[in-house]
Design a protein around this ligand. Structure first.
Ligand SMILES: [Zn+2]
Length: 465
C-alpha cells in the first residue's frame, strides 16, 4: 500500500505543469558599476577619501548573482541617457545605428528588438518600468504583450515608482501567464536617479556615515543646492560623504527589491530554468567633476559609462561559467546577441556575441560613446550629438574628445581614468572615433507630446532648457 500511495503521489505530481523557462532582464537606472559590492574593489571614485570613511555599497543579492553567474568587469554604456541606452540593450545597436539620440526620440519601427525574437518564438513577454522616460510611446514596448508604464507616483513633478512596486507588478504579470509557458520579463528600477532620498531609513542608516551630524544633502528639497554647491566648490567632505551614502542607499533599495523578485521566481518554480541579467543603463557623476556633479548626460567620463553587467543562467538556460569575471571592454549593445543565443533564438543587433568571452575569446573591438547633453548644435543636417563629448575605449585606454571646446585627452581605462601621455593608442582611437562619427545618421527632429516634454523636463533631461 505504501508503494502504491507513493506512486499515486508521483503521478499526481506529474499532472502539475512544470514551470516554463524564464529570462529576466533587470535594469538599474543611473547605477555605476562601483555602486555594487561585487565591483567595489575596482572603485574609481572617492579614491581621495579616507577608505575607512568611504560609504560602502550594500548589494548582497546582486553580489550573489555575480557569484553564480558571469560578471563583466568593464561593461560600458554608449550614452549616459536612459532611452538611448535601453534601446542599445534591446536592439543590439549603438546610437548611430539605432538612431535614438536621447530621451524623447521614440525608437523607430525599422529597428528590430530582442523582445520580438522571444515573442515570435512563443514566449510570453511582460515588462514593468519605473519611470515615464520609458513609457510605451517611446517605442520599447514593441514585442511586449504586457508593458506596464502606469506610474501614478508623482514626486516633485517626477513620474516614477519605487523598485518594490515594480517587483509587485511584474510578479502579477508573470502570474497571468500559463505556468508552463516560457516568459521573457523586463523590470526597470529607477530609484538611484537623483534626488537620492527615496531609500528606506534603515538602508540610509546602514550606509550613512557614522557620527555625521550635518545637513542631509541630496534630498528632493535641496537637490539643486547640492549641484550648485558642487559647482561653487563649497561642498564639505561630510556633504560629499552624505550624498554618496544616500545614493548607495538607493542602490541598496533596488538590491532589496531584486532579492524579492528572485525569491518570487523561486516560489513559482521559475528559477530552475532561468537566465537573470542585471545591468545599469548608465552611471552617475557624483562629486568627481564639480562642474557636472550629481547627474549624467553631460559627459563621457567613465563614471557616466561604466555599469554593472551580470548574466546568471541555470538549468536549460545555463549561460557561462559560474563566478567568471570578464575583463574585456564590452558594450551594452553586445548584450542582446548573448541573451538571444542563451535562449536558443536567432541573434539580434550588430555587436559581438559576448558568449565568446568564455569560449574562443572576444575579438578586439572599440567601444564608442557620446554625451547627450551639453556641447553645441551639430553642423546643419548632421547627427544631433556630434558636438557633445564623445569617447572611444579599447581594452586599455579611454580617448575623450570635447569637439565644442575643442579639447581631447587620453586616459587609462582604469579607476579614476588617470591621464596618460602615450601617442599611439590616442591616434588609433581618434581614427576609430572619427570613422564612427562619419557614419552617423542625419539630424533627427524632436517629436514630443506636451506631456512627455513636461515629464522629461522634470527629470532634467531636456538639454539647454
Ligand atoms: Zn537612465
Amino acid at each position: 500500500m505504501r508503494a502504491a500511495a507513493a506512486l499515486a503521489l508521483l503521478l499526481a505530481g506529474c499532472g502539475a505543469p512544470t514551470a516554463g523557462p524564464t529570462v529576466l532582464l533587470i535594469s538599474w537606472d543611473t547605477t555605476r558599476a562601483d555602486a555594487l559590492g561585487a565591483y567595489a574593489a575596482e572603485a574609481h571614485w572617492g579614491l581621495e577619501l579616507d577608505p575607512n570613511l568611504r560609504p560602502q555599497p550594500r548589494t548582497p543579492h546582486a553580489d550573489k548573482l555575480a557569484a553564480r553567474g558571469v560578471r563583466f568587469a568593464w561593461a560600458l554604456a554608449h550614452a549616459p541617457t536612459t532611452l538611448n541606452s535601453h534601446t542599445s540593450v534591446f536592439s543590439g545597436l549603438d546610437p548611430h545605428q539605432h538612431g535614438v539620440p536621447r530621451n524623447g526620440f521614440p525608437v523607430e519601427q525599422r529597428v528590430p528588438l530582442l523582445t520580438e525574437r522571444f515573442a515570435a518564438a512563443g514566449w510570453a513577454t511582460v515588462a514593468t518600468v519605473g519611470a515615464s522616460v520609458l513609457s510605451a510611446d517611446q517605442g520599447l514596448a514593441r514585442g511586449f504583450q504586457a508593458y506596464d508604464d502606469q506610474i501614478t507616483t508623482r514626486v516633485r513633478k517626477r513620474f516614477e515608482r519605487p523598485a518594490d512596486q515594480v517587483v509587485d507588478r511584474l510578479l502579477q504579470q508573470i502570474d497571468a501567464v500559463p505556468a508552463a509557458q516560457p516568459v521573457f520579463a523586463f523590470a526597470h528600477f529607477f530609484d538611484a536617479h537623483s534626488p537620492y532620498d527615496g531609500a528606506p531609513p534603515d538602508l540610509q542608516a546602514l550606509i550613512g556615515v557614522e557620527g555625521y551630524t550635518g545637513p542631509v544633502t541630496g534630498t528632493s528639497e535641496n537637490a539643486d543646492w547640492l549641484v550648485v554647491s558642487a559647482r561653487a566648490g563649497t561642498l564639505s567632505v561630510d556633504d560629499r560623504r552624505q550624498a554618496r551614502a544616500l545614493y548607495l542607499a538607493e542602490v541598496a533599495a533596488m538590491d532589496r527589491a531584486l532579492g524579492r523578485l528572485l525569491a518570487g521566481l523561486e516560489r513559482r518554480g521559475r528559477a530552475k530554468d532561468s537566465l537573470v541579467v542585471l545591468f545599469g543603463d548608465h552611471g552617475e557623476t557624483l562629486d568627481e567633476l564639480p562642474a557636472r556633479a550629481y547627474g549624467h548626460g553631460l559627459d563621457v567620463h567613465l563614471v557616466n559609462l561604466h555599469v554593472p553587467l551580470i548574466l546568471a543562467g541555470q538549468g536549460s538556460l545555463a549561460c557561462g561559467p559560474a563566478g567568471a569575471v570578464i575583463e574585456d571592454t564590452v558594450s551594452l549593445s553586445e548584450l542582446a546577441p548573448a541573451v538571444a543565443g542563451c535562449a536558443g533564438l536567432p541573434s539580434v543587433g550588430a555587436g559581438r556575441d559576448l558568449r565568446a568571452a568564455w569560449g574562443a575569446g572576444l575579438p578586439p573591438a572599440v567601444h564608442f560613446a557620446e554625451a547627450t547633453k551639453g556641447g553645441k548644435a551639430p553642423p546643419p543636417g548632421r547627427w544631433n550629438n556630434l558636438r557633445t563629448a564623445r569617447s572611444a575605449t579599447d581594452g586599455a585606454h579611454h580617448w575623450v574628445v570635447w569637439p565644442a571646446e575643442p579639447r581631447a585627452a587620453l586616459h587609462l581605462r582604469a579607476p579614476g581614468q588617470p591621464p596618460v601621455d602615450t601617442e599611439e593608442p590616442a591616434h588609433a582611437l581618434e581614427r576609430a572615433l572619427s570613422a564612427w562619427d562619419e557614419a552617423a545618421p542625419p539630424y533627427r527632429e524632436e517629436d514630443l507630446s506636451a506631456d512627455q516634454a513636461e515629464a522629461l523636463k522634470a527629470l532634467g533631461y531636456i538639454e539647454g532648457r
